[in-house]
Every structure is written in C-alpha cells, then in structure tokens.
Write a protein that binds this ligand. Structure first.
Ligand code: GLC
Length: 621
C-alpha cells in the first residue's frame, strides 16, 4: 500500500492499465520491481506537475478523442530559427500562420544541442533546456499557451534514440562513471561492433559511415547509428527508459500536444539483427502510449517510421492496444515524387489502393516535403512487373529531380549518394522540384504557369487524402531552394539544408497578390483548405477508392460520405487530357461551382479537378 493514496483520476487511469504495464515492463526488464515502482512514482510526479489548464485540455480531448482527425486541421512544420529567429518571434507570427490556415504547428528540434554537432537539433544535450539563441523553456510554454488559445496544437520532436555526446550522461560516461556508461553501448574493442556491422545497415553511408565510433576520452568504442556525436541510448537499461519517459512527459507538461517519436524503429538493439523494428520497440512505444494516457491523455504520439508499409502499420498497434496515434504516410510521399518524374500513375494507384484498404481509424500524416530527404523506398516488386529495376530507376528519379534529365525543369540535389549501392536520396523544396525555380530564372512564363499548376495540384492531392495534411514551411509561398548552405562549413556536407532555408518575409508580403507566384500558391492552398473544411466528403470517416480514368497519367480518387461524393482527378502528364469519370451522379466543379460533364472532364497539363456530387441536393432539385 502507498503511504499517501494517489489522487483521482490518476489512480483510476493507472490501475486500469496496471496489469498490461507490468506485463510489458517485466518482459523487458525481468522482475525489476524497483524499476517499475520508480516508473509508477515518476508517472504520478509528472501528473502532479501538470497545470490545471492542460488538465482541462486533457478533459476536453478525452470527451472528443478524435479531435485530431478533423478535416479542418492543417499542419505546418518549421524551424524556429529559420522562420522567426526565436520562440518569441514565432508567437508574433501566429497571425500569419492562422492566415495560412495552420492549426497544427510542428516546431523542429529546439532543445539544447551543440553547434556544429547538432544534426539540425537532433543531438540533444539537455532535454529540459531550449537552445539559448531560440529562447527559454518558459518561452516554449508561453507559445504553446498562445497556440492553445487560438485552437492550434503544438508538435515537438522527442529525439529518443540517442543523446548528444555532450549530454550530461555522455560526459559522465566519458569520465568513467559506470552507471552512465550503462546508459549507452560501450565496447572495449571492435570485436562486437564488427559483428553488429555485419547485419546493421547504415543510415548515413556517406556523411556518417558505420554504426560505431571510437571515443578517445573513454578509450572505448561507442554505438553511433546516426552521426558520431549522436550516442545511441541503451533501452535495455530500465533507467534509460524511465528517465527518457520522464523527459517526454516533462515536454508534454510544457504544453506540447504531439510528441514526434524521432527515429523510433531504431531504439532497441540486438546483435545478429538489423536493429530496426524489433518487437521490444513496440513494447516500449505501447508503454509510452499508456504513460501519456495516464499522465496527459490529451497528448498524441506521432511515430517517425520511415520504412516500407509493412513495417509502418504495426506502429499503430491494435484497436485495444494502440501505439502511435499518427504515422507518416512515407511511401505515398516517395511514390508521389516518382509519379512527378515518370508521369505514370500506376505505382501511386497501387500504393494508394493499399492505404485506402486500411482501417479508417489509422491516422496518417500526409506530406509532400519535410525537413529530411526523399528516400526512394518504393514498391520495386510492383515496378518490376513493368520492367523497372531498382538501381537504374533510382538513377532516373535522381537525374530527373536534379534537372539532369533532358527536359526536366526540376531543381534538386542528391543526398548521401552511395555509388557502391547505386543508392542516393534527394533534397529540394516542392516549388523547386516542380520547376518554379528554373522557370523564374529563365523568365519563362509558360513554364512558370505549368510549374505552379503542378505545385498546386500536388497540394490538392495531399488535401484529398484522409488524414492530417502537413505543409513544409515556405511551401505556402512556393519557396525555392536555398543554396547558401554550401558556404557554411557546418552545413555544407548535408544537402538537407537546401530546403531548410530562412523564411523570406519579403516574398511572403506578396501572398495577397495572386499575380505573383507567392500569391497564387498562398491563395490556392487557402481555398483548398477551406473547401476541405466545409465539405463532409473530406471527413476521415469517408469511403475512399481509386477511380479508373483509363489513362495511366491521370490519377483518380473517389470519396463518399453521407450523401456527398467527390471525384478528384490529377493530370501528371505534360499534355492536356480529357478523361471520363465513370461514377454515378451529377457533378459540379467544387472550385468554380460550374456543372461538370463527367464523361468529358478536361484537365490541363499538371492540373486537377475536384468534382462534387451532392446527392441530397440532387434529390431536392
Ligand atoms: C530523424 C530525423 C532526421 C535526423 C535523424 C537522427 O530521422 O528526421 O532529421 O537526422 O532522425 O536523429
């Protein structure tokens, strides 16, 4: 019995999950009752630290657990420094974000991280401290409070696979502290690391080859799956799990609504395996999900699982034992850029068909670009049916999207080019990959018109999918690549900085002038977002299917919900197309309001149509 009984509702929430918590915890940490009791006390401590305002928000969200599935939700991810300099700066720009329709704000890593060895903030040296140049923890809490006041949710990365080599645990480990060494993977020599290397692939084969680093100070080899300064945490040690979960809950208590579990598939390591997606990872995520449900039930987990579909979906868990609330629709994203390059929608149709067949409860985060590269994790088994082989195809995609392919207007750069495997990934902003940059440079108005139409179409397509659409900051004003990183020795090696440039506020001023590229895209996206919010057919509960357009360069998506049917058509080809949408009902164009002839739908090159049939209205008419 506890000396002081737990308060409600904590006690109920904990007790109803206690059996499963124990079962999972003891499977990972056999019979470690002391560690479990620390875990339970830690949950209560963090619960007590939660502010009354956040507890009220929890209660509201518990009333409406699908609060994050609304069709009015639009996300944006941004780097605080690039967007507005500081956290206070972001607060001052909330009007702009609202004008852009954003009500889910993903702030890229902002916790303390040593300059030059930070991987864009993904090497955290203190989970309780904001990078001083961006502000303080109080500033973060104040920003979250402002956001909540405006009905916006805040997402933050939780970099849990590793810490910076400057984190206190790492520094103490270097100095010989045994307990801290046990928080990482240390080896006296290369024997075991070499055995690991036989089965573990490399994340950054060019910029950070290998999975281990020799540390001179400790006189030992340490596991570093990502960069050498990012030391992998050892989750076989319950202290690591307990302390990291406490760090996560601490961030939730600052008002963070969505925790992005960074690189989550990597968190459990075992010799002889590829150290990805091991069953223990799922137990850890499930434990963290329950920790949130107990302490801060208004909080969501977003899993960063950049893997093939069969590895992604298990991170949703099961209906009665859920893990993540949201997952990235990563294969769809990569298949989309494949379609831009090939102008052949067959792969995308196949990919989307699989996504549409999944339970509607699954929450996908849909996106065109994010802060990372585009990795070509496509369904090559399917592509092989058409004679497309992996290595030459990756080369084609990279050639096309870097503008090396004859006639391609795209501008991108390669990322982690690994000539041994014929594998390279790709970076660039949406607008530059669509050809906006080249067209503006050449002052080619026809090409510019086409490139902007493609950019708009890709966004319309993202808004057509069920789930949470997340824009990448700058995409709302067709921001182009930023090449200045080439001159920064701390960034030059990492081409992801090409699409992480500073927000151009002068360009943003043009957003209300539809004659400018900025204004055209800003206005178009806003309109699409509004239509999406207005029409129930975009609801996550809608039925969604592939519409046969009888044209391999035109993608058709159908949606139906409570008397509303949408036929969405996307022309990826470079020619104007006329297709027939064989769907029952009378349609009108959602954007123009005009009646549409569904048997002869004209689509400009790179253009799209949203056709709506309102059965209820039709019956009245
Ligand atoms: C995630 C991030 C990426 C980072 C890596 C290591 O994949 O998205 O930017 O480099 O984790 O933390």
């Amino acid at each position: 019995m506890r000396e002081i009984p737990w308060e409600q509702p904590f006690a109920d929430r904990f007790q109803s999950r206690e059996a499963e918590l124990k079962q999972l915890f003891y499977a990972l940490y056999p019979n470690d009752e002391q560690a479990f009791s620390y875990f339970a006390d830690m949950l209560y401590r963090t619960y007590q630290q939660r502010s009354p305002a956040l507890r009220r928000l929890d209660a509201q969200r518990e009333e409406k657990p699908s609060w994050y599935k609304g069709r009015d939700l639009v996300g944006m991810q941004l780097y605080v420094k690039a967007f507005a300099g500081t956290l206070r700066g972001v607060r001052e720009k909330l009007d702009y974000l609202q004008e852009a329709g954003v009500n889910y704000l993903h702030l890229m890593p902002l916790l303390e991280s040593p300059e030059g060895r930070s991987d864009g903030g993904y090497a955290v040296s203190d989970f309780r401290k904001v990078q001083p140049e961006l502000g303080t923890m109080e500033d973060l809490a104040a920003l979250a409070e402002d956001c909540h006041g405006r009905g916006m949710a805040v997402c933050l990365d939780f970099v849990m696979n590793h810490t910076s080599e400057d984190h206190e645990w790492a520094r103490r480990a270097k100095a010989g502290d045994r307990a801290c060494r046990e928080r990482y993977f240390f080896y006296d020599d290369w024997e075991i690391p070499i055995r690991f290397e036989r089965t573990v692939p490399q994340v950054f084969p060019t910029t950070a080859p290998g999975n281990f680093t020799w540390n001179q100070e400790a006189g030992k080899v340490v596991m570093t799956t990502f960069y050498p300064y990012q030391w992998d945490l050892n989750y076989c040690n319950p202290t690591v799990f307990n302390d990291m979960t406490e760090n996560m809950l601490y961030l939730c208590n600052q008002g963070v609504d969505v925790i992005r579990l960074d690189a989550v598939p990597y968190i459990w390591k075992e010799l002889g395996t590829n150290c990805r997606n091991l069953p223990q990872v799922h137990s850890l995520v499930r434990l963290m999900r329950m920790a949130c449900e107990i302490v801060c039930p208004g909080t969501l987990l977003l899993g960063e699982v950049v893997m093939e579909p069969s590895k992604v979906v298990p991170y949703f868990g099961t209906m009665d034992k859920p893990e993540c609330h949201l997952l990235y629709n990563v294969t769809t994203m990569a298949s989309t850029w494949h379609t831009v390059a090939t102008k052949d929608v067959r792969l995308l149709r196949h990919q989307l068909g699989q996504v549409f067949a999944l339970p509607k409860e699954y929450g996908f985060l849909n996106y065109l670009r994010c802060h990372d590269d585009i990795g070509w994790g496509l369904d090559y088994g399917f592509l092989r049916w058409f004679g497309t082989e992996e290595v030459p195809h990756k080369k084609f995609l990279n050639d096309y999207l870097t503008g090396m392919w004859l006639g391609s207007p795209a501008r991108g750069e390669l990322y982690n080019n690994d000539p041994r495997l014929g594998d390279a990934r790709l970076c660039g902003t949406t607008a530059s990959l669509c050809g906006v940059e080249l067209a503006r440079e050449r002052e080619n108005t026809e090409l510019l018109d086409w490139a902007l139409r493609l950019d708009e179409m890709l966004h319309a397509y993202i808004f057509t999918l069920s789930g949470l659409p997340v824009l990448y900051s700058g995409d709302e004003i067709a921001r182009q690549n930023d090449y200045t990183y080439h001159n920064d020795p701390l960034k030059a090696e990492d081409s992801r900085w090409i699409h992480r440039g500073d927000m151009d506020w002068e360009a943003a001023e043009k957003r209300r002038d539809p004659e400018t590229p900025e204004g055209r895209i800003f206005t178009a996206l806003r309109r699409l977002e509004q239509l999406r919010a207005e029409h129930r057919v975009f609801d996550g509960a809608a039925d969604v299917w592939i519409v046969d357009t009888r044209d391999d360069s035109v993608l058709g998506i159908g949606r139906y919900y409570r008397g509303e049917k949408l036929v969405a058509l996307f022309n990826f080809s470079q020619e104007e197309k006329t297709v027939s949408a064989c769907e029952l009902g009378e349609f009108r164009d959602l954007l123009t309001g005009e009646k549409a002839d569904k048997c002869r739908v004209r689509l400009p090159s790179g253009g799209f149509r949203w056709l709506l049939c309102d059965f209820a209205r039709e019956c009245q008419g």
